[in-house]
Design a protein around this ligand. Structure first.
Ligand code: DQA
Length: 150
């Protein structure tokens, strides 16, 4: 950590979000994950934070990243993708590390299929942002910084 850096924020993206910009643009828009990464870095830098940005299609990789964040990150912004609706293990990882976690969904999951209405992560997240498009990540980073104090 440099003198000018307050800490690091982990921004995690789950399965299929590597296809952002290509995948169902009517639902997820045309911005790519690289665009999202740039948005997050800019939002964090305004308050002196750095961002570690990771996407994985594998549940265990996401869980390992959450565990590793325990001692290195001030908190986590996560879009767990479809694991939102299926993964008790991811929710257990979030509650296990006791870091503030902001859950983000690009689409408004509550306007979509019933299976997307339940999230295992929401019960253990500090805040949940849905339906704000990719700006949800910016809001997520800002909310995390608000929670950790700056
Ligand atoms: C999503 C919503 C999930 O239901 C879906 O499986 C995704 C993306 C969103 O950002 O809107 O992969 O998390």
């Amino acid at each position: 950590m440099s003198e000018t850096t307050t800490g690091s924020i982990l921004v995690l993206n789950g399965p299929n979000l590597n296809l952002l910009g290509i995948r169902e643009p009517q639902t997820y828009g045309r911005e790519t994950l690289a665009d999202v990464e740039a948005l997050c870095r800019t939002a964090a830098a305004k308050a002196g934070y750095e961002v570690e940005f990771l996407q994985s299609n594998h549940e265990g990789v996401l869980i390992d990243a959450i565990h590793a964040a325990r001692t290195t990150m001030v908190g986590i912004v996560i879009n767990p993708g479809a694991f939102t609706h299926t993964s008790v293990a991811l929710a257990d990882a979030v509650s296990g590390v006791q870091l503030p976690v902001i859950e983000v969904h690009i689409s408004n999951v509550h306007q979509r299929e019933a299976f997307r209405h339940h999230s295992y992560i929401s019960a253990v997240a500090a805040s949940v942002i849905v339906g704000a498009g990719t700006n949800g990540y910016v809001l997520g980073v800002e909310q995390l910084i608000h929670l950790v104090g700056r």
